[in-house]
Design a protein around this ligand. Structure first.
Ligand code: F3S
Length: 389
């Protein structure tokens, strides 16, 4: 693997022990995956931020590091809203440890945004190289923006943020970004409902696994693309997908689809994923809500009161930009939390059944929180939260 003179110096320890260790991580990864060299990145998104997942060992490792990130870097969602954790009924002991983890990242220069939607915060453009961790963020960056990132682990994303580079392999290379399977989707309604695409992604991910699909027959908007990618990354391991006539690489490049396997998905059958049944909470915002989604939720809640807990999750920056909308939502008794989500927060573990409008949350809630998950449209979720049925 080729390293330029500056990279060699970092590897020799001339920029300090932490930077040297970080370069060692990147070089080891590059060698495993056959990278020819390193590529400069525009930003990083670092997982391994929830105390629920990294525990004491991870916290000690973070505290042992002594360097600063050199590109904009944000964190993945953590276990609680940093300001409103008491309202979320988070134990003080957990909150104290979670805050220690966040402080450790702050010391390294990571911005105090904990979100799986860094693209609403850090300007990200077609062709940018990135080192992002969270699977839905990776799918969005690659597919919807046309930026380039592999799905990084927490340590490799942090290493890339500190060095400012990542090994150039996998989805950083044009030849690795071509579709491998065609999905002909039929009967998908032309609505603006994200659950439609959460359900489609849930099914598509389980049939394509880690291959790169290209869809035909659908016209999703940006929030629907976000829902589609998140669900496919959860039920499969999709880090990049294309949609004919919609996503940037499908529009700019002419892919040769001859000889590829074709899979037919009929939305009439997929619709059966939506299920009725009693729930004791409703959670929206997986991935974190866009400003447009928050506005839609506010309209659905207007003049209503929630009868069972309704949690909504969004990036802190998005909530601050949508203050009036958020205060309208909260008049109903619903709560809009930042920094965390229904899957990574221990707050959701006290519920037996949770209704969601996300294919990813539908896929993860049973294992991560021990709760039965029910999938519904955003409108159905709000109707259940406000009727209590
Ligand atoms: Fe984001 Fe949490 Fe869903 S990290 S994609 S809201 S599981």
């Amino acid at each position: 693997m080729y390293l330029d003179p500056d990279e060699e110096k970092i590897l020799d320890g001339e920029s300090g022990t932490t930077k040297q260790k970080m370069m060692e991580i990147l070089v080891a990864l590059g060698k495993v995956f056959g990278a020819a060299g390193m590529v400069a990145i525009k930003s990083a998104q670092v997982s391994g931020a929830s105390y629920k997942t990294i525990g004491e060992y991870g916290l000690e490792w973070l505290n042992s590091l002594d360097a600063r990130v050199v590109v904009p870097a944000v964190l993945n969602p953590i276990g609680m809203d940093r300001d409103r954790w008491r309202e979320m009924e988070i134990r003080p002991e957990f909150a104290r440890k979670q805050e220690e983890v966040v402080r450790a990242y702050e010391r390294l220069g990571v911005s105090m945004e904990c979100t799986c939607t860094p693209y609403y915060i850090t300007e990200t453009q077609y062709g940018d190289h990135l080192a992002w961790s969270e699977s839905s963020a990776v799918a969005y960056a690659n597919s919807v923006i046309g930026a380039r990132t592999n799905r990084e682990g927490g340590p490799s994303a942090l290493a890339a943020a500190i060095v400012g580079k990542t090994p150039e392999y996998g989805l950083h290379l044009s030849e690795e970004r071509r579709p491998a399977v065609v999905i002909d989707a039929e009967g998908v309604p032309d609505d603006h409902e994200i659950a439609t695409y959460g359900a489609l992604g849930f099914h598509a991910g389980s049939v394509v696994g880690n291959r790169i699909p290209i869809f035909s027959g659908i016209r999703p908007d940006r929030d629907q693309l976000k829902a589609l990618g998140a669900a496919m990354a959860a039920s499969g391991a999709v880090a990049l997908f294309h949609v004919e006539g919609v996503t940037p690489e499908a529009k700019r490049l002419s892919f040769d689809l001859s000889g590829l396997e074709r899979i037919h998905l009929d939305y009439g059958e997929i619709r059966e994923t939506f299920s009725d049944g009693a729930v004791d909470a409703v959670a929206l915002g997986c991935p974190h809500c866009s400003p447009f989604e928050l506005t839609g939720i506010a309209a659905l809640l207007k003049g209503k009161k929630v009868k069972i807990p309704l949690f909504i999750f969004a990036a802190r920056n998005v909530i601050q930009r949508s203050r009036e909308v958020v205060s309208e939502i909260e008049k109903s008794g619903a709560r809009v939390y930042s920094d965390t989500c229904m899957v990574v927060s221990p707050a959701m573990e006290r519920f037996d059944a949770v209704m969601v409008n996300s294919g990813k949350a539908y896929s993860y809630l049973p294992n991560m929180c021990g709760a039965l998950a029910r999938l519904g449209t955003t409108e159905e979720c709000i109707a259940v939260a406000t009727s209590g049925i």
